[in-house]
Design a protein around this ligand. Structure first.
Ligand SMILES: O=C(O)CCC(=O)C(=O)O
Length: 248
């Protein structure tokens, strides 16, 4: 795969979709490692690392797992050459992966992802970074809460963010009807990947499906030139702690 072909769209729109990024074998290995992690590792992790939501049937299900590199497979996965070379091609410089994350929106749970720019927590300056999110199990679409992007919003700098009350996504960006009119839904099939810039405004609505989950595996890559702004991460962490204590 020539990764450089994706850079113009990433630079222009602030996100780019790569269909069938993983082969069937690569996807099936990743899925089975995620299942193993959820079955064997997640139950012993603290509630600051694994977040749950409760569906209409009263069942508690995982909706977010942070820092999966506490497990050897996922620590190694950070240097997976396919992901790393794509990140480096999109950023145009050397890059390093942050700890992997697993996202889910189980059916009948009311857990939207508020509009935000990832740089509200990272404060990368310059904003040389990319988050990559891979659909792992089922199709992500309008019904089960696929990602929605405001194209070109990464050109407008960091927007004001305020407390969202949602654990895991503690800040929400200023987002008006013009953003809603411009936003683009990004359906993904299992194995498809979407990559977004740290300043691209994005969100996802709740999963409205009664039966389908909406799971994704993600990694953040930071370019060599980027320096995190400690004031921004402190602002985010204050709100994240509040969400941890009193949010949903
Ligand atoms: O899975 C989602 O709905 C949101 C993921 C996301 O917005 C992020 O990681 O920045």
């Amino acid at each position: 795969m020539d990764c450089r072909q994706y850079k113009p769209a990433f630079d222009r729109d602030g996100y780019v979709v790569i269909r069938q990024f993983l082969t069937c074998d690569e996807l099936s290995e990743l899925r089975s490692q995620i299942h193993r992690f959820i079955r064997e590792v997640a139950p012993s992790l603290p509630d600051t690392q694994v977040f749950h939501s409760v569906g209409e049937d009263g069942q508690r299900r995982i909706r977010l797992v942070l820092r999966m590199n506490c497990d050897a497979f996922f620590e190694d996965y950070r240097s997976h050459p396919k992901w790393l070379s794509l990140a480096q091609a999109l950023l145009g410089e050397a890059a390093e992966a942050s700890p992997p994350i697993y996202f889910d929106k189980p059916p009948t749970t009311d857990m939207p992802t508020p509009p935000h720019q990832d740089n509200c927590s990272l404060g990368l300056d310059p904003p040389s970074g990319v988050e990559m999110l891979l659909a792992t199990h089922e199709r992500m679409d309008e019904e089960n809460g696929c990602l929605r992007y405001v194209p070109g919003s990464h050109h407008g700098g960091l927007r004001p963010h305020t407390y969202s009350g949602i654990r895991g996504f503690a800040l929400a960006a200023q987002f008006d009807p013009a953003d809603e009119a411009r936003e683009v839904l990004v359906p993904l099939d299992p194995g498809d990947l979407v990559c977004h810039h740290p300043l691209t405004v994005h969100r996802a609505l709740r999963n409205r499906s009664r039966h389908r989950s909406r799971s994704a595996f993600g990694m953040w890559f930071q370019g060599r030139s980027a320096r995190p702004d400690p004031n921004i991460s402190e602002f985010y962490n204050t709100h994240a702690q509040k969400a941890q204590l009193t949010g949903r």
